[in-house]
Design a protein around this ligand. Structure first.
Ligand SMILES: NC(=O)c1ccc[n+]([C@@H]2O[C@H](COP(=O)([O-])OP(=O)(O)OC[C@H]3O[C@@H](n4cnc5c(N)ncnc54)[C@H](O)[C@@H]3O)[C@@H](O)[C@H]2O)c1
Length: 249
C-alpha cells in the first residue's frame, strides 16, 4: 500500500456519506489525518468513529458549508487538532432539479449556496494556512453537469461556477505552491442517485450512453481526488478531470 499522505492533514466537506466518505477512507488508508465534516451530525460522527476504530485518525465537525461562521469553525478545529491543513476537498453538494419555469428561487439559492459559495468559503478560510506553509492541494468536486443539463439550471450553473473558481484560484495561489484542480464526475452510484424514483431506468440509460458501459462508483472519484491531492500532480493546476466513463455531452 502506498502511503502518499503520511502526516498530511485533509479536510473533506460533505464526507458523512457517498463520494466524500469514499475520499476520506482512501486518504486515511494512505496515512492522512482527516477532518470529516458534514451538515448531518450523525453521519459525520459515524464516519469519523469508523476511521478511529480502524486505526486511522479523524475528527468530526458538524457544519453547513454555506455559512461563513461554520466554514471558519471547520478550519479552526482542524488547526487546533492537527496544526496544519495540506488538503482541502470541497465535496459537499446537493441537487434540487426542476425545469426553469418551475424552479423556485429558494432551490436556486440553496444549490448555488452549498455547491459554489460553500467551496468559496472553505477556500477563503483554509488558504491562509496553506499560503503560510507554502504548500496546499485544493480539489473541488464539480460535475459533468457543468457542461449543461436540462432540469438542472441551478446545479449546472453552480458547478460551472466551481470550474471558474478552480481556474481563478489556480492562478492566484500558484505562487504559493498551492494547486487547485477539479473533478467532474458523471453519474456515480450514491444515495443521491439510488433514491431517485426512476433509478433503474436512469442506470440503464447511463449504461447505453457511456463508452465505459457502467455507472460510476464513489471509489472512481476518490481515486482521481487522491491523484490531485498527491505530489504526483504538483505541476498540474487549474485542470478539470472528468470521471465520467468517457461521456462528455
Ligand atoms: N452522485 C453523482 O452522480 C454525482 C455526480 C457528479 C457530481 N457529484 C457531486 O459529488 C459530491 C458528493 O455527492 P454524493 O453523490 O456523494 O451525494 P450524497 O448526497 O451521497 O452526499 C453529499 C453529502 O453532502 C452533505 N451536505 C449537503 N449539504 C451540505 C451543507 N450545506 N454543508 C455540508 N454538507 C452538506 C450531505 O449531508 C451528504 O453527506 C457533490 O458535490 C455532488 O454534486 C455527484
Amino acid at each position: 500500500m502506498l502511503m502518499r499522505f503520511a502526516g498530511k492533514v485533509a479536510i473533506v466537506t460533505g464526507s458523512g456519506k457517498g463520494i466524500g466518505k469514499a475520499i476520506v477512507q482512501k486518504l486515511v488508508q494512505e496515512g492522512a489525518l482527516v477532518t470529516v465534516t458534514d451538515v448531518n451530525r450523525q453521519t459525520c460522527e459515524e464516519t469519523a468513529r469508523e476511521i478511529n476504530q480502524s486505526g486511522g485518525r479523524a475528527i468530526a465537525v458538524e457544519a453547513d458549508v454555506s455559512k461563513a461562521e461554520d466554514t471558519r469553525r471547520i478550519v479552526e478545529k482542524t488547526i487546533e487538532t492537527f496544526g496544519r491543513i495540506d488538503i482541502l476537498v470541497n465535496n459537499a453538494g446537493l441537487v434540487r432539479d426542476a425545469r426553469i419555469n418551475d424552479m423556485e428561487e429558494d432551490d436556486w439559492d440553496l444549490v448555488v449556496d452549498v455547491c459554489l459559495k460553500g467551496a468559496f468559503l472553505c477556500c477563503k478560510y483554509a488558504s491562509p494556512y496553506m499560503i503560510e506553509q507554502n504548500y496546499g492541494k485544493i480539489v473541488n468536486i464539480a460535475s459533468r453537469a457543468h457542461l449543461g443539463n436540462p432540469g438542472q439550471a441551478n446545479y449546472s450553473s453552480a458547478k460551472a461556477g466551481v470550474v471558474g473558481l478552480t481556474r481563478a484560484l489556480a492562478k492566484e495561489l500558484g505562487r504559493n505552491s498551492i494547486t487547485v484542480n477539479a473533478i467532474a464526475p458523471g453519474m456515480i452510484e450514491t444515495d443521491a442517485v439510488k433514491n431517485h424514483p426512476k433509478y433503474e431506468k436512469i442506470k440503464e440509460l447511463q449504461k447505453r450512453d457511456t463508452p465505459i458501459q457502467r455507472i460510476g462508483l464513489p471509489e472512481d472519484v476518490a481515486n482521481a481526488v487522491l491523484f490531485f491531492a498527491s505530489d504526483e500532480s504538483s505541476y498540474i493546476s487549474g485542470d478539470i478531470l472528468h470521471v465520467s466513463g468517457g461521456r462528455f455531452g
